[in-house]
Design a protein around this ligand. Sequence first.
Ligand code: G3I
Length: 579
Amino acid sequence: MRKYLLAIISTLLLAAPSFAKDKKVTVSLFTDYNIGDTLKVFGSTGMELKSAYAVIDTMPGNKYNKMLHVFTTTTGCYVEVPLPEGMTGTTASANYDRVSAIINVPQGQKNCLGKKLVIYYGSKKASETAVTLTEGKGTTVTVSQTKVSAPYDKAIRIGLASATNSNYYIDNIYLVTKDYGYDYTVKEETARYWADMIGKSIGVCVNPDQLNDARVGQTIYRNFNLVVGENAMKFDATEGSRNNFNFNQGDQIVNWALKHNMAVRGHTLAWHSQTSQWVHNTEYSKEEMFAILKNHIFKVVGHWKGKIREWDVVNECLAENVGRGVGQGYQLRSADESVWYRRCGEAFIDSAFVWAHQADPDAILYLNDYNIGHWGNGHYENGKTHAIYNLAKRLKDSGIPIHGVGMQMHTSISGLQVDQIEETVKQFAAIGLKCIITELDMPGSKPSSDAEQKTQATKYAGLASIICRYDNAPSMVVWGIADNRSWLDDSEKSKPLLFTGEFEAKPSYISTRDMFRTQAERITGIEDIEDDGTFIEEPEFVDVYSLAGVKIYSNISRNEVESLPAGLYIVGGKKVLVK
Ligand code: G3I
């Protein structure tokens, strides 16, 4: 009998639902409140404070992001926010070691700076931790909390100690366990969410086989909003034999990307490498070579017209190690190396841009190259950077439809000087050209030390800061989704990218994400439809587009927009965030 009983108990135990608690639980993003709703405020003694005030509000210029606006008095004010259903102060403080929140300090509220964040459950204090805040921006703060006995309290009380006679905002309150790392299913944890918010792109090169692998695919579309085929759209992949086109590889990437509301880069149309062997095998005349290139460009760009946002029209056309001063011209890659230059002369560059523009007038067209980016300071790239500047300027000044330059940036942790990249972006801005990062990888030593990886994180964030701050620098793309999926030899040792081989976010990803977030909060995210002060007679019915410009909803009434599924849309030419 006893054996039988044991069998039943063990079965029950096995069948018992796992109570593995979530590592991160949302207390409130304030999305389910209405503007004007008020919450109770308590002092450190647990008495409700009638003079202090907490109201659901939005920040100037960011009308879609509801948050808690706290107005304090002459004492510590702690706002009472309900805990998730079924949770008490006891279980919240026992199961979650930390509390995370965004504290946004408006300009002028200096009394909020240098204070401690305090957490109560009922009258029991669970945390009082110094936090570093910055005037005029939102800061994510995460503080440890101790276990308290508060079995009957179903709310958390949160606020800044002695931030007297001030006002500040609280948003995105979470309970977090100590071992919580990074969860890309929480959109605010991803670089994509914040890049989307300010209309910037963070991209990655992909191959079709990666897209249908759940873990890889999810890591790509949740964290990035731009993809480029590592090889799928090159000459040899699309026109394996003359005038026989195969777009299958590229179609897989484009269709997948558009399904995930991602933009797509096309790479690349005219390049000395990976041009199909049939082009080399026959000594075509100059006229025929131009005809071959024109046909290739019209067929490839035309196939993805309206789906591919931008193209690397010409890739690596400059001589590798020949520098020039600004205004001192450029030297092209030799005729021995480049079949296009050999048979067409320099005009293949100009023609390629003209044909790409004719094939898709809306596509943004780039001249792409490596070992460029550092403007001065004696860096070995200086001369080639100036050379591509001279070539791009010559094309633009002669009316060729070039929109910008792509810096591949196959750099290194030790070699990259972020300030030099910023100078180059400025120089191109001054001549009306975009300047983007198209193939970034930043290897360290083999193996790359933790200290190196910390430096890498700082430099990735520095590049993200440039992308966020310069209108002519709309995107940065990394050349591989994980350290073990790079074209570089021994990349598992040199660790050049943003994710580990297990698709765990590295410090470089977190620092890049945080930079996009910081800049998005600085730029206050979403444009306010009436932010220019004039009342816009808004159309009763609108079309709703994805960020990639694909129409998702037609002719819906404007007041339905806010009830769409959470996400970012373009409505009436403006970005709209639905939380
Ligand atoms: O598709 C064939 C496959 O059928 C064959 O079995 C296999 C073994 O030979 O080769 C496969 O082709 C390889 C191709 O990648 C697709 O995987 C080529 O050998 C290989 O040389 C090619 O390497 C690519 C390289 O460009 C070619 O120059 C890398 O993946 C790609 O990351 C790299 O990317 C370039 C950019 O396009 C331009 N900027 C520099 C960057 C790094 O070189």
